[in-house]
Design a protein around this ligand. Sequence first.
Ligand SMILES: Nc1ncnc2c1ncn2[C@@H]1O[C@H](COP(=O)(O)OP(=O)(O)OP(=O)(O)O)[C@@H](O)[C@H]1O
Ligand SMILES: [Mg+2]
Length: 246
Amino acid sequence: MSLLILENVGKEFGAIRALSQVNLTIRPGEVVGLMGDNGAGKSTLVKIIAGNFPPSHGRILFEDREVHFARPIDARSVGIEVVYQHLALADNLTASANVFLGRELKRRVGPFAFLDHAAMNRRTAELFRELKSETRPDDLVRAMSGGQRQAVAIARTRLAKAKLILMDEPTAAISVRQVAEVLDLIHRLKDAGIAVILISHRMPDVFSVCERVVVMRRGVKVADKPIGDSSPEEVTALITGAKEAA
Ligand SMILES: Nc1ncnc2c1ncn2[C@@H]1O[C@H](COP(=O)(O)OP(=O)(O)OP(=O)(O)O)[C@@H](O)[C@H]1O
Ligand SMILES: [Mg+2]
């Protein structure tokens, strides 16, 4: 079974053609690198998959059924989650509060409902254990490293039972050690059977964690191949147009 299929997906913004005739298949648990120069259409593609806006043309199938996402919550309800570069976390809250933000567990005592902090902390600790992260449930996000913040964001997606995680440049603005942590977390997601589409300009990241690389140029998919059948040199040539397609 395929997890996600895009069929002839196109997108226009007024006179600008951001995507044309993109076909893409993602299998469960697959980690795919999405590369391309600035303006190539990577974020547009990911935003369509995430339900930020509909495609102008084409079809989207998720688990072999056609889907029409009107808004991000529609994509989230089938198991598609986005982890943004500037992770949308509340700095003044704890890791556990961030993991449960908008899905808080409550405990009723007579007519009153209280937040069940103990239960949320226990579940968050379990998620961090699964992710082999040292992050603690009651640590404040404000004081965390990029990798720990990523762990919080990923724990959120685990709680949501995500099947596909979209990452738009998660390692663009963080330190070398934090990049290693993020890549490590991607490996763990894969081990848990969760598929990842990783948008990155960083060749070493894509070649270390992805099993397949997709290259976009000016809205067109110009390559889609197993990582072992390509090389950073070839991908660079495809990105710049020195090589037409592969
Ligand atoms: N909301 C929008 N309105 C108008 N044009 C847009 C919009 N979003 C993207 N575009 C245009 O669509 C094209 C593709 O943009 P997109 O953001 O998908 O590129 P990208 O590959 O993510 O680039 P980068 O590497 O710089 O993030 C660009 O020409 C961009 O200007
Ligand atoms: Mg982008």
